[in-house]
Design a protein around this ligand. Structure first.
Ligand code: FES
Length: 853
């Protein structure tokens, strides 16, 4: 038994690790379970003033020591850190934030006036997947100044205009650890869930005997496929993913669920998994598209091994254009499987309630979760309520059900609340990744360097289940010719089922892959022509009125050329500068119904914004609050944002496809304009007590295969040009990111998305992989190749803004994904200029970063 203090309180603890004691015994929520292996820093605490990761601190070494968490900061410190992190836009999902604050305090306690390199060094034990660290470093410097100068201004008592750097409205609770993620919730008489998964990637499951597991003390229920009362196969578009694999069926990957245990304690649930007796026959897994498409290959799904949404984009006559081209280049490019690496592992707490079930969880669309769970339970959707907790990062990886349905099933059957939280290893094993793709490109241009033809074949490995593999492949294909005029295109994409971990939505949504191939082709053409890599782009980029590769006419808000011009100085500044352009759609598009809904309510002298738009860190509450403040002139302190909740908030659709600023932002604007009008006649908010305002915003796009000459595939596109510069040692020493995401609602948020995307792009290009061997993941969180603060080069963001205000949400466009499109090809070009080697695979080999792979 060790006796020590936590936040000044004397405690006694037995065996185990400090993090479990803090969370499970003391109910301290600021220290988060991120990786469980001492890699991520979300559980950072001070032990006798030294920053340490609580998940690897043994309790028996703490006797006589003082442990401090964010909850134990002085009131002054809390005020300063909350202000500094909010003011600088340093908080996105917030899961890393309390740990960052602890590392900052450890630094500022000994160095009250630190330099930026010292700040980076202090933060190197903390991973942030959202922000790119830039604004966190600024927050620490702001906090240092605030401590020295005594400044903490009140910024909520004024109105804010769009375009102003309004502080994040959700910063304080995230900074102080009071904001609750799903695993921070618990209920009386709550059970703990655990999942037995397929031991091998492909097996015939002959029988599942749970009798011994059911008999263990503390075990309340062990469930199998027979216990699913409704639909047993779920999925966004294709219902091919079993809630639980049945006896007599094959498992398709190592994340497949075979049995669920609900027990009084988490250890009892985990132990019971070992008592489930499985009889299975190991089958040879299909581990690549080539194996899956080989003649005679076993069929993973009844329809075969091809995902049923294949993509074809054809315009003009490619063969003729290639035959007539002055230069033709052909290459095959390959990209790797990548993990989202959001800091918060998946978690859900399901509770039976009168007439149905409530599930607290953190996903990317509460109505999507509700549809799946209701179908599984055979209930009307209205009987299932999904309440969002905060979401500790998603990046597309929390669009599919992962824990929600299993927690719901256990709660439904046992009649008790059940929490299911994945360990990091389980999270890595279960949720969909970024698709590996093989892309064959043949590109032709005329003697002046104008692209005339693109013949493209893309094959993606979507793993065991479709997830969003069809739409990802579509976007890879429809964006495969990028922001360049191309009269003749012939693009074909095929998605292939294998027994690998599924692949699905991931920031960039297929465009990250095809952009790597496309931009590399442009570089080869530039070399063939003897013109610069910048010039080949200038001769081809679309301007308003040009036709995009998918046939859509570029809208009047197209500022692609302006981003290229903005990047010129950076490109010319170094012989080792790599440049690439990119475009990314906003909104689902291609004929898929796309609508957001918002309701404003006036109560108690405040306006509450109700919308189900999920915030995974991108700043939904800040965006809607700033729009309401801008339109109505109300001070920020009078505007509240409700979290997503199917019982309270109207359906805003999924947070995906960089769509929420456009769709939910516009619906918010329309509500706010009506409120403004009422305010003008009523005089003040109090006179409007009880008034509600409801608006929808939708956009009708043309479907794939439309016979229109110029189909409108998407409501808008963001454009960008980025430059990555290497120093003499081959390290990236400067990044310049020039972006057209329309008119920024909040420049801090837009910059934060770009900086975070650039850093994710550095990882994608240079270090990140998700290795698998024989269908089994071989990565741990600490070996994914994620970048730390000390490794990040200076990132300059240049926002190119349109001169006039657009019709929709003031001319703002999505920014969540575009920043991740240009980095990989730009970095590949920088290395080509550095050492002359052509690189056609990601992550790039033979760079100073290759040791991290
Ligand atoms: Fe750092 Fe999300 S804000 S991980």
């Amino acid at each position: 038994m060790s006796v020590f203090t936590v936040n000044g309180r004397r405690v006694e603890a037995g065996e185990g690790v400090l993090l479990d004691f803090l969370r499970d015994e003391l109910k301290i929520t600021s220290a988060k379970r991120g990786c469980g292996e001492g890699a991520c820093g979300t559980c950072m605490v001070l032990v006798d003033g030294r920053a340490m990761r609580a998940c690897v601190v043994s309790l028996d070494g703490l006797a006589g020591k003082a442990v401090l968490t964010v909850e134990g900061l002085s009131e002054r410190e809390k005020a300063v850190y909350a202000w500094a992190f909010g003011r600088t836009g340093a908080v996105q999902c917030g899961f890393c934030t309390p740990g960052m604050v602890i590392s900052a305090k450890a630094l500022l306690d000994r160095r009250p006036d630190p330099t930026r390199p010292e700040v980076k060094e202090a933060l190197k034990g903390n991973i942030c997947r959202c922000t790119g660290y830039v604004k966190i470093e600024e927050a620490v410097l702001f906090a240092a100044r605030a401590f020295r100068e005594g400044l903490v201004p009140d910024e909520a008592s004024r109105a804010w205009k769009i375009g102003e750097p309004m502080p994040r409205v959700d910063a304080a609770p995230k900074v102080l650890g009071a904001a609750r993620f799903a695993d921070d919730f618990s209920l009386p008489s709550m059970l703990h869930g655990a999942v037995l998964r397929s031991p091998v990637p492909r097996a015939l499951i002959r029988s599942i005997d749970v009798s011994a597991a059911r008999a263990l003390p503390g075990v309340v229920a062990v469930l199998t496929w027979k216990d699913v009362p409704g639909r047993r196969h779920l999925g966004h578009l294709v219902q091919d993913w079993p809630v639980l694999v049945a006896e007599g069926e094959e498992s398709h990957y190592v994340g497949d669920a075979l049995a669920l245990v609900a027990a009084e304690t988490a250890p009892a649930a985990r132990q019971a998994l070992e008592a489930v007796r499985l009889d299975y026959e190991v089958l040879e897994p299909l581990l690549s598209p080539e194996e899956a498409l080989a003649p005679g290959a076993p069929q993973i799904h009844p329809g075969g091994n091809l995902v049923d949404v294949q993509t074809r984009v054809v315009r003009g006559d490619v063969e003729k254009a290639l035959a007539e081209a002055a230069h033709v280049v052909t290459r095959t490019y390959r990209t790797q499987r990548v993990e989202h690496a959001f800091l918060e592992p998946e978690s859900a707490l399901a509770e039976p309630v009168e007439g149905g079930l409530t599930v607290i969880t953190g996903g990317q669309g509460v109505y999507d979760d509700r549809r799946g769970i209701a179908a599984m339970l055979g209930l009307a959707p209205e009987r299932v309520r999904i309440v969002t907790a905060l979401v500790g990062g998603g990046f597309g990886g929390k669009e599919d059900l992962s824990v929600q349905h299993h927690a719901a099933l256990m709660a439904w059957i046992t009649g008790r609340p059940v929490k299911l939280t994945l360990s990091r290893d389980e999270s890595l094993r279960v949720h969909p990744k970024r698709h590996p793709m093989t892309m064959e490109y043949t590109t032709g241009c005329d003697g002046e360097g104008h692209i005339t033809a693109q013949k493209i074949r893309i094959t993606s490995d979507t793993g065991a289940y479709a997830s969003l593999g069809g739409p990802v492949l579509q976007r890879a294909c429809t964006h495969a010719t990028g922001p360049y005029r191309t009269a003749n295109v012939d693009i074909e994409g095929r998605g292939v089922y294998t027994n690998n971990v599924p692949c699905g939505a991931f920031r960039g949504f297929g465009v990250t892959q095809s952009a790597f191939a496309l931009e590399s082709q442009l570089n080869l053409l530039a070399e063939a022509l003897g013109i610069s890599y910048w010039e080949i782009r200038r001769r081809n980029v679309v301007v308003a009125g040009d036709v995009l590769g998918n046939g859509q006419i570029a809208g009047p808000d197209t500022m692609m050329l302006e981003t290229l011009l903005a990047a010129k100085e950076a490109y010319k500044s170094s012989p080792y500068a790599g440049i690439a352009c990119g475009m990314k759609n906003s909104g689902l598009g291609v004929g898929v119904p796309d609508v957001s809904r918002v309701r404003l309510e006036v109560r108690g002298g405040q306006v509450t914004v109700y919308t189900s738009a999920a915030c995974m860190g991108q700043g939904i509450a800040t965006m809607t609050s700033q729009i309401v403040s801008h339109v109505t002139g109300l001070s920020l302190s009078k505007i509240v944002h409700s979290g997503a909740d199917t019982a309270l908030t109207p359906d805003a659709g999924t947070s995906t496809a960089s769509r929420q600023t456009v769709f939910t932002g516009e619906a918010t604007r329309r509500c706010a304009e009506e409120l403004r009008s009422d305010l003008a006649s009523a005089g003040d908010l109090e006179a409007l007590e009880g008034r509600t305002y409801y608006r929808e915003f939708s956009f009708e796009s043309d479907p794939m295969g439309s016979d229109k000459a110029h189909p409108v595939s998407h409501i808008a596109y963001a454009f960008a040009t980025q430059v990555f510069i290497l120093d003499e040692s081959g390290k990236v020493c400067r990044v310049v990111a020039c972006h057209d995401s329309g008119r920024p609602i909040n420049p801090l948020s837009v910059e934060g998305q770009i900086e975070g995307g650039v850093v994710m792009g550095l990882g994608y290009a240079l270090t990140e992989t998700f290795p698998m061997e024989g269908g089994l993941p071989r990565a741990r969180y600490g070996t994914l190749g994620l970048w730390r603060a000390t490794e990040i080069p200076p990132i300059e963001v240049i926002l190119v803004e349109p001169e006039s205000e657009g019709d929709v949400v003031f001319g703002a466009k999505g920014v969540g994904e575009i920043a991740l499109v240009p980095p990989a090809p730009a970095i590949a070009l920088a290395y080509r200029r550095f050492d002359g080697k052509e690189r056609t695979e990601l992550p790039l080999k033979e760079t100073p970063y290759s040791r991290k792979i």
